[in-house]
Design a protein around this ligand. Structure first.
Ligand code: KIV
Ligand code: NA
Length: 263
């Protein structure tokens, strides 16, 4: 199969064909997910919760992210590989370039970091050096203690307008994609329409270009009650590969997310 690139995602956006994304932390699952057609694999710092047993993503280190990025990249799949910059590895532009460089050398094709319009200069610094950047907006789990919990963002008009404006600024700064977590469906649609780069959603409704879920959540491998936007694809599929195929199929045909998964 032809490798998926950032250009592929742009083409899907232009054609109005949604693409599927999933977190992956190891080579075997990366291969199964990619073989099921999933276009993008994210080494998410959610690994702090689903692999390491922490109750937030804050304890995850750059070394942890490099290790899991290497594991996923070694699978050599056709999917695009994106890796998260973990908590406090982007406090200055030099630190960010250093950390992103290590993740790219570990095999990532794109870097994701959490923030808002204040990240514009950082995004430009990365983009100029050939590092494709995705900015994670809305519910940004590294800020859980500032947000006062894992809750829907952008509910009031002021917050919503600020988010649309920030996304536009970040696109102008060179962001190659935007990821929206836990925002009302209508706001996600407005952000998507304001931009020309792909918008990936999680708990952001169906009117975006791509969908992403945490692998453990969509396999029903959870120890706490999963958030409203999660669907357990294992329940009907009965096998891991079947669940990945069902998820990919549901996303590409706009069968997922359904209204009950949206805010
Ligand atoms: O770390 C992660 O898994 C993520 C997704 C929830 C988007 O950032
Ligand atoms: Na993350």
């Amino acid at each position: 199969t032809r490798p998926i690139t950032i250009q592929t995602l742009n083409e899907r956006r232009s054609a109005g064909q949604p693409f599927s994304c999933l977190t992956a932390y190891d080579a075997t699952m990366a291969t199964l997910a990619s073989n099921a057609g999933i276009e993008l694999l994210l080494i998410g710092d959610s690994l702090g919760m689903v692999l390491q047993g922490h109750d937030s993503t804050l304890p995850v280190t750059l070394e942890d992210m490099i290790y899991h990025t290497r594991c996923v990249a070694r699978a050599g799949t056709a999917s695009l590989v994106m890796a998260d910059l973990p908590f406090m590895t982007n406090t200055t532009i030099p630190q960010t370039l250093q950390a992103a460089g290590q993740l790219m050398q570990a095999g990532a094709h794109m870097i994701k970091l959490e923030g808002e319009a204040w990240l514009a200069e950082t995004v430009t610094a990365l983009a100029r050096r050939g590092v494709p950047v995705c900015v994670h907006m809305g519910l940004t789990p590294q800020s859980v203690h500032a947000l006062g919990g894992y809750r829907v963002q952008g509910r009031d008009a002021h917050q919503a307008n600020a988010m649309i404006k920030a996304a536009t600024i970040l696109e102008q700064a060179g962001a190659g994609a935007i990821l929206l977590e836990c925002v009302p469906r209508e706001l996600a649609r407005q952000v998507r329409d304001a931009l020309s780069v792909p918008v990936i959603g999680i708990g952001a409704g169906p009117d975006v270009d791509g969908q992403i879920l945490v692998m453990h959540d969509m396999l029903g491998a959870t120890t706490r009650r999963p958030p409203r936007f999660v669907k357990d694809f294992m329940m009907e599929a009965g096998s891991i590969s079947g669940a990945f195929r069902a998820y990919h199929e549901a996303v590409t045909t706009r069968g997922f997310p359904a209204p009950e998964h949206c805010f």
